[in-house]
Ligand binder design. Structure first.
Ligand SMILES: [Zn+2]
Length: 193
């Protein structure tokens, strides 16, 4: 399924444009951008022409580029097709993690303030899971901004809750670029002493 990603539009976005016209086959569509202020600057999204939500990817479905929720046919977005350790990969990890721990569906960029602890859930555990989600979002953003590819050890240390930067406040995890690569001890195992 054909898709477009916001990072492909970096040039027009940097020029401050509010929209871009895209053409394919004999069709065309004007895509509008929205700019959202985040702690470290401004993040740009597509506005889905069907639902008006902010999105980083749009898919071609029935001759219109629209977001994943508005597609009649669900685009295949398996982990196999993504760069391991890149932004889409991290998005996939986040979606899986959110389902697993009961956070459920969320909008990008993930924002802990939109996910209050439901009644009956353990608050500390909930906040720990929010920290993991916010940390993965932090990593995902760094991948989008700097094309950073994270190594598996770092991703695992965050997913498993062992990265020491998970002790940062949720606000810091949301607003600062965190060097997660330095956040865990490398275990050296000595064989045959
Ligand atoms: Zn939509």
């Amino acid at each position: 399924m054909a898709f477009i990603e916001i990072k492909q539009f970096k040039k027009v976005i940097d020029k401050g444009k509010q929209s871009a016209r895209i053409k394919w086959d004999d069709k065309q569509q004007t895509i509008f951008f929205s700019r959202v202020n985040v702690g470290y600057g401004c993040k740009v999204f597509f506005i889905c022409s069907c639902c008006g939500e902010n999105r980083t990817m749009l898919y071609l479905d029935s001759n219109i580029f629209k977001c994943v929720n508005c597609c009649t046919v669900k685009p295949y977005r398996g982990i196999q097709n993504t760069t391991k350790g890149g932004d889409e990969y991290l998005g996939y990890k986040m979606e899986r993690f959110a389902i697993k721990v009961g956070i459920g569906s969320f909008d990008y960029p993930f924002d802990y303030l939109q996910h209050f602890c439901p009644k009956g859930k353990h608050k500390d555990k909930w906040n720990k899971n929010l920290s993991i989600m916010q940390a993965l979002e932090n990593m995902r953003t760094q991948s989008i901004f700097f094309n950073k590819i994270w190594n598996q050890k770092t991703i695992q240390s965050v997913e498993s809750g062992k990265n020491k930067y998970l002790k940062c406040t949720l606000l810091d995890l949301k607003e600062k670029f965190i060097p997660f690569d330095n956040g865990f001890d490398i275990q050296v195992t000595h064989k045959n002493k």
